[in-house]
Design a protein around this ligand. Structure first.
Ligand code: GDP
Ligand code: MG
Length: 301
């Protein structure tokens, strides 16, 4: 008799910076979600797919829930909330705190009416003493009836196998939805744009908090050559920001470009020629048209 196959959808939720992208990358083993030590890097709902011998799990890397400050915030919160009741399991990721962060409490409030089982994943256990862990578990368990609690270190890959078997236990019997070698359904363009955005945020440090968006204008294979031409535009909100992004003699933009180029080459598996432009678009975060342009389609959320 053939072995049973399990498949389903898992939504990953947690406030910014708890390690959602790192955990995704650790479980899937490839650079899908974008990692940065700045919050809110993951703006799009990135789907990553994990396929093992007897199960397939499709992860929805929901943007960090945070209190909506402007239109973009509302979109992010809604997109995260809507997925909870449609998935087989919700994973809530937190840091090993003995007093929950206010945003953890906010996330928990969003989970109140959710019928799907919620498993608490306590990440970054490499940063605390073992005996403190029990206190952390007790504290979070007092806030919400989590189905289970799994402590991990996404960075060190500690206890992540255990997490996988917990995840699997919530998946119903089902077909393999995607081919085994497919790790994401995100178009390469969108990933390339996220890579550039990640590098820009990294290079610019705290100078332009969250006020940039990246759009890939074109991505074309050069005829008869192992070379892809990529043109991208970095959008910012103010003229002064444009100057900062370009830098003295273009040195900032060059840095962003050369860092991004390496990652995009790995993504596409071929050398690229990357051209970057910087444009000012005022108040794009409050503009429905632009949000859509950057991949946030209201209808899909
Ligand atoms: P996200 O905003 O939830 O997607 O968080 P990220 O995955 O971008 O991670 C935020 C920061 O936490 C990064 O600097 C990671 O290197 C760090 N981080 C993630 N997981 C761990 C962990 O298990 N241990 C430690 N010490 N740091 C971690
Ligand atoms: Mg992230």
């Amino acid at each position: 008799m053939a072995n049973k196959f399990y498949s389903g959808f898992v939504s990953l939720v947690g406030r910014p910076n708890v390690g959602k992208s790192t955990l995704m990358n650790c479980l899937i083993g490839e650079k899908i979600a974008i990692i940065s030590n700045k919050p809110q890097t993951t703006r799009n709902k990135i789907t990553s797919i994990l396929t093992k011998d007897d199960f397939q799990c499709v992860f929805l890397d929901t943007p960090g829930i945070h209190k909506a400050k402007h239109k973009l915030g509302e979109f992010m919160v809604r997109s995260a909330e809507n997925t909870f009741n449609e998935v087989d399991l919700v994973l809530m990721l937190v840091e090993p705190l003995t007093e929950a962060h206010p945003l953890d409490r906010y996330v928990i409030e969003r989970l109140e009416k959710v019928k799907t089982p919620v498993v608490l994943v306590i990440n970054k256990i490499d940063t605390i003493e073992k005996d403190k862990l029990l206190e952390v578990i007790a504290h979070y368990s007092s806030l919400y009836p989590f189905a289970q609690v799994v402590p991990v270190s996404a960075m060190k890959g500690e206890n992540t196998e255990q997490l996988l078997s917990v995840i699997k236990s919530y998946l119903p019997e089902g077909p393999q939805y995607f081919p085994a070698d497919m790790v994401t359904d995100q178009p390469e363009r969108q990933i390339a744009a996220e890579i550039i955005r990640e590098k820009a945020l990294y290079v610019l440090q705290d100078e332009i908090p969250h006020g940039i968006a990246v759009e890939i204008m074109s991505m074309k294979q050069r005829p008869q050559k192992d070379m892809v031409d990529v043109e991208a535009t970095i959008y910012c909100e103010r003229d002064s920001h444009k100057g900062i992004i370009i830098g003295k003699g273009g040195n900032m933009l060059k840095k962003i470009g050369s860092m991004a180029r390496k990652d995009i080459e790995r993504l596409l598996g071929s050398p690229i020629y990357l051209q970057l432009w910087v444009k000012v678009k005022k108040d794009w975060r409050d503009n429905d048209f632009l949000l859509k342009n950057f991949g946030y389609d209201k209808k899909k959320l």
